[in-house]
Write a new protein. Sequence first.
Length: 266
Amino acid sequence: MSAPSLVGGAAVLAVAGCSGRGSSVPGAADPEHQSVAEFNLGLDAVSHSNFREGLAHALRAVELDDHNARATYLTSVAYFGFCSGLRGFADPDCRLADAEKFARKTIKLAPLYADAKNLLGEILINERRYPEAIEVLKPITTDPSFSSIHLAWGNLGWAQVLSGDVDGGIASLKNSVTEPRFAVGFYRLGMAYEKKGDLPQADANLSNAVDGESGKTFQDAFEERARVRLLLKQLDSARADFKRCVELSPDSLAGKRCAEWLGANP
């Protein structure tokens, strides 16, 4: 799904916060320090969305020191990152099972690593294992050490919505958007209200998703708002959103769907 912070996102930046064994010492040749060096190279690559190079360095870091929790987490982030490309979760390089394996290994090595738990929850959601995701995510929504609690609320709320608990999901998603820049939270809240049949609230929240700085390139949110506006009989506004969706990335799955609608409704 092409959305800001929806895959990996801020989680990548949190990798450095988890303490691993050893420290970076220039010129050090032992495996632990080599692992740190490989991790740093991988982190730089993943931070620039170069997931293939990042994964290679992350796997090498784990090979050198399989107790390096930052490296196992980065490996999970890299595997999951492939799912954010043009083909989304249909991409053969999007390997959720491997992403899950390394997220769980991270939590085993560092049980208090909330970012890894949040990532695991997001992976489980995309594997459609909603009860398991809820079980993983709910405790970290009240973890005072987790600096990105809005991400956990966003994932928890989405798992609840997809499991059929729309009202519970809306309550959780409202907690996620207390961070006003969290476009994904507003997007999911809009979709939850659409499921509930409250189209004005769906439109309002989807508008919040695309109106912020990070939302200007939020293709899926423009597509979703277009569909809500069709239901609201706002044809001109819907057409404008479909056009914006195509402009952002005509080759993505969302872009192709938007182009298909425009082609059928000239």
